[in-house]
Design a protein around this ligand. Sequence first.
Ligand SMILES: [Zn+2]
Length: 529
Amino acid sequence: MTCFINARVHTVDPRHPAAEAVVVKDNGIVFVGSTTDARRFAGNGAETIDLGGRLLLPGFIDDHVHFVLGGEAATGLDTRLCTSRDAFVAAIRAHVDTHRGSWIKGGDWDHERWPGRTLPRKEWVDPFSADTPLFLPRFDWHMALVNSAALAAAGITHATPDPAGGKIERDPGTGEPTGIVKDAAMDLVLARIPKPIAAELERRVRDALAVAKKNGVTSIHDIAEEAHIPVYRKLADAGELTCRIFARLPLAGYRNLSGQHITHRSGDAFLRLGSMKAFSDGSLGSNTAWFFERYLNEDTCGLPMEALSDGRMRAWALEADRNGLQLSIHAIGDRANSAVLDIFEEIVRTNPPWDRRFRIEHAQHLRREDIARFAALGVIASVQPYHAIDDGAWAESRIGPERVKTTYAFRSMIDAGVHVCFGSDWTVAPLHPLGGIHAAVTRATLDGKNPGGWVPEEKVSVEQAVRCTTINNAYASFEEGLKGSITPGKLADMVVLDQDIFALPAAEIKDVAVRMTVVDGRVVYRDGV
Ligand SMILES: [Zn+2]
């Protein structure tokens, strides 16, 4: 038994919102109340941890994470912060020099940080990488720079047609591929990269777990692949998962789950399955998010994914839903969001009713009328506040002043009764829930140009942001009865923060330190308390 005393407990439980102490027995919360009453449990060998007035919250749940990629990026090539072509090329050259000969995958570059915002080209990296194929995604993973060795390995030449839902960028003069491949065209190259073996996957998961516990993350909703599941299972069975995983697998493979009678409630408190993920479009940064109107900087409305335009996604979604599997569909542009809502409406009309909790991942650009459809259909908006302060610096240059009014419209959605959930989309953004809360509360763009908030009407309160990072995310994985608030009977997943984010100036929230992370009643991270 452990007594956490002298804390400022914010429970996220409306029946009993504040307390001073929490008592944990085994993996569950048995008492929430005053320090005096908690001390009564302190006999019989119970450990007492004095939190010195610090804030105790339910453990953070991140509802959109690419966990294995995160573990890979934690130790790989990182060019995200490069602010010039020269710095970018130098970082890649240094990495190639130490990893020469086999595929290099990573980079997470952001050309919006460079003067002129020019897209990179294969000629930038070819001179030092003839023997080393490179697959270097933009940080959003909707386009990648590949070198000539990678193009050759994938058999891409000037004669290769663009795949449906993808684009091979070509030099306007020669027609040769420039080295930029977008969305489905990335798959032509990815298919050539050897898959990591289980031991390598396990190393990446361990690296990712280390990042999660330092940031107070006690559960994630992962975007997983089937090969990751046995690795998660092994670590869960060994008691080595320090973060609970709700693993979402590609929708196209839903029959592998329904064939084993797996539903949205399958698994245990550490590893759950039963939610299916699909993409309906690309991203704003890659000009592949699918809109009703054109982009301002390119003559395109973006790209719907092939499975959406050819009707397969609709058919898969209808059947997966009939088998009790949850749907999590990525949609960024307003037209993609609208098309996914159409599919969800059809499912509600044709399939038998159940507590299905549809999800749209990102829900980034919405027509006003579609916000009401989210609410009416009970569709969860799984949004990433950090993207708002990142993309917010340049979004208007792509889509103009009208469309940005309903971009990351968190407040409008909450006011309309939409169930809003926060996540990071790690590695697209850091696995740092306090950074997400800060972003949603301030909407202060990373370029420093909007200190009062970019589209400030859409700012939310700290209270709302914390709910979106705890109990709302527990609901999105059908686990609100198990976690997401500090309530007797729930799992003991908690985080201790150094300062009270409800009392601090909002601009300081992102810098508050995590002092302790408790998962399943166990202190898995501790720093200075
Ligand atoms: Zn993602």
